[in-house]
Design a protein around this ligand. Structure first.
Ligand code: ADP
Length: 332
């Protein structure tokens, strides 16, 4: 099998089938023994978009990330990067892809520039080309003045930016980032999203981000929401939220039993079909405040608390799966 360095840097973006999507899944499945981790996924990431893969723990994000990174071969279906099948042409797919893993991959005892140099060598970059490209990516992530510093002297946010620079050294068309905000403070998170938007807008890079954080998902142009290996929603955050009819109304009751009983009687009385989640009765409805008044009058003393809000991404998840994104044990 050919090694990465056998593909000259000059050809990195050429040679892919014309009109190929940056990332394309076609009935992609994966199982570990008898556990199905990805179930028949089909969707595509468009050129120059920031695409989020949002799902709770165990939904299959890491499995998909590993398949796209060519670290694992899927059990069924096909995943393509810039038209290259990641299972059959892993080296060509990898040339098109920059990967930033969640775990640190930098050598702390080397300088920033040395880390980039080693990464460049892996992709067949050398000499002036490598030097120019290193300077370019460091400028891109705002670290030009830190090139000669040892990585161990940089803050966590800066180290993450060096990881990003490393992923970009070979000018990939596609960037994969696994939970990129992990360990970053709010300021560093904001900066990182700004870099990602600049990359998308100025270099046309297509970016796939895995995340289990709703607020992170809100930054993406489009999202695929996964639950237990299934695609449960696909669209922009605004589209997904506006597909929920009107307001989300929550009625807090004294117990799970009280909530079940209230939901049943609300169904009979108002012809609505609420979800029951623990001691909460939840439903989606235009002009939710009108229903609130009617319910409180019809069932006096049964409701301990009420909220009426615009739908969130969590509401999209609940609507599509019938359960909460976070289990109580995981609640942040
Ligand atoms: P996520 O990254 O969204 O938390 P994963 O892709 O890690 O999800 O896991 C998807 C499913 O596959 C889960 O049910 C998980 O327990 C299972 N799984 C993941 N890795 C392995 C493995 N190496 N062996 C067996 N089952 C696994």
């Amino acid at each position: 099998m050919a090694t990465l360095s056998e593909y000259p840097a000059a050809n990195i973006r050429s040679g892919s089938p014309t009109e190929a999507m940056p990332i394309e899944l076609d009935r992609l499945s994966h199982n570990y023994g008898d556990r199905l981790a990805l179930d028949n996924l089909s969707f595509a990431v468009q050129p120059a978009e920031i695409f989020g893969l949002l799902g709770p723990n165990g939904s299959g994000k890491t499995t998909l990330f590993r398949i796209l990174s060519t670290l694992m071969v899927p059990s069924g279906g096909v995943a393509r990067i810039q038209g290259f099948d990641v299972a059959r042409e892993p080296n060509r797919a990898r040339q098109q892809t920059g990967i930033v893993f969640q775990a640190r991959s930098l050598d702390l005892k080397l300088t920033v520039a040395e880390n980039l140099k080693h990464q460049g060598h892996l992709y067949g970059l050398r000499g002036e080309t490598l030097k120019t490209r290193s300077e370019e990516v460091l400028r891109r992530v705002g670290l030009s003045d830190r090139a000669k510093d040892y990585v161990e002297t940089l803050s966590g946010g800066m180290q993450r930016r060096v990881e990003l620079a490393k992923g970009l050294i070979h000018s990939p068309a596609v960037l994969l980032l696994d939970e990129p905000s992990t360990g970053l403070d709010p300021g560093a998170r904001r900066d990182m999203w700004q870099y990602l938007r600049t990359l998308r807008d100025q270099e046309g890079v297509s970016i796939l981000v895995t995340t289990h954080l709703m607020e992170e998902a809100e930054h993406c142009d489009r999202l695929a929401i996964l639950n237990r290996g299934n695609l449960v929603a696909l669209g922009s955050p605004a589209q997904l939220k506006s597909a929920i009819g009107g307001d989300v109304v929550l009625f807090e009751t004294a117990s799970a039993e009280a909530a079940r009983s209230l939901a049943e009687r609300m169904g009979v009385h108002f012809g609505v079909q609420p979800n029951v989640m623990g001691s909460t009765v939840r439903l989606e409805r235009p002009e939710g405040h009108r229903l609130v008044t009617a319910v409180v009058e019809a069932f006096p003393g049964e409701v301990d608390g009420i909220s009426v809000a615009r739908p969130s991404l969590e509401d999209v998840f609940i609507q599509r799966t019938g359960h909460r994104f976070w289990t109580d044990a995981e609640e942040k």
